[in-house]
Design a protein. Structure first.
Length: 313
């Protein structure tokens, strides 16, 4: 058996058992992928995939067990490669960050600027997606680090560490009646059309939960995946925006006003996700610490070894 066979098996699963797409992803031919998998099955003495004619349909029971081993082996191979690269060139290489729009737009810039000052030879890539997509990109080695508020703590193969806390604000036009209220309540908000995040993003689950506890039905007229869209439609007069406080800047957003509503929806925690057992190049630890100074290299290394269950802000 060889690593090519393992990669073909893993990619076949990732491509939903489409061997043609798996071959394209690995820059090889479909017959070559099919032949290599069959040869691996013959060597192991079990079928990895169920088939209908020549089409691969799903993993067999032993195939599921084999896939777990294949993933571990390939991860160790990637770690070995990174070790070699790390010692060959401590200050250069590639770093890919997966993040939601809010994190990419508002949380990352200062850390990225300082990181580039320290490591000018490192090539950075930022991939944007939903919290679930961010988690999947880290799991599938498309990104070294993931940053999001939702979803990251729900994957057993990810190490999810708290980065920083943030709160919701209500964003309104300068003459909005809510600005006259000393303490805005959920009942106050329920009287206005609301513009906020898509249910998968930025603490939306806490907004839903807070209204539900009071048996209130908010009039959510527009849902968006990023704060810039929310602010745009608040400026147009479509409603009151509910968004992350980190995404509001009084100087930049001078045509709008923000009202703290953290007392209504509670705090939210943006988290950093790393793949369990992954080898990280030294500059990745630097980026993590720039994002959250409490996340030292020693703590992150302990977390990657499994000692992270009780660590919170």
């Amino acid at each position: 058996m060889n690593l090519h066979q393992f990669r073909f098996v893993r990619e076949a699963v990732r491509q939903n058992y489409n061997l043609t797409e798996a071959a394209k992803a690995l820059y090889t031919s479909q017959p070559g992928v099919s032949k290599a998998i069959i040869e691996l099955e013959d060597e192991l003495g079990v079928e990895i995939f169920t088939r209908h004619g020549k089409r691969v349909r799903s993993l067999t029971e032993p195939g599921r067990i084999i896939l777990v081993s294949v993933e571990k082996i390939l991860q160790e191979v990637e770690s070995l490669k990174r070790v070699g690269k790390d010692f060959a060139a401590q200050d250069q290489g590639n770093l890919t960050i997966a993040a939601t729009h809010t994190q990419a737009r508002y949380s990352l810039p200062l850390a990225i600027a300082e990181f580039k000052r320290r490591f000018p030879k490192v090539r950075l890539s930022i991939l944007q997606g939903s919290p679930t997509q961010v988690a999947e990109m880290v799991l599938h080695d498309q990104a070294d680090v993931g940053i999001a508020t939702e979803a990251l703590s729900g994957y057993k193969d990810l190490v999810s560490l708290p980065c920083f806390q943030w709160y919701h604000v209500a964003v309104v036009q300068p003459d909005h009646p809510l600005l006259e209220r000393v303490n805005v309540t959920l009942d106050d908000l329920a009287h206005y059309p609301l513009i906020t995040y898509d249910p998968a993003f930025a603490g939306r689950s806490k907004i839903n939960h807070a209204f539900a506890l009071r048996n209130l039905t908010p009039d959510i007229v527009l849902e968006a995946i990023d704060a810039d869209v929310i602010k745009t439609y608040v400026e147009l007069g479509l409603g009151v925006g509910l968004m992350a406080d980190v995404a509001f800047n009084p100087e930049r957003d001078r045509h709008l006003r923000s009202i703290p509503v953290g007392h209504l929806f509670g705090s939210n925690v943006t988290r950093i996700a790393l793949k369990q057992g992954a080898y990280l190049r030294s500059y990745v630890y630097t980026l993590v610490e720039l994002l959250s100074p409490t996340l030292t290299r020693k703590l992150v290394e302990q977390a990657l070894k499994g000692d992270h269950e009780n660590y919170e802000l």
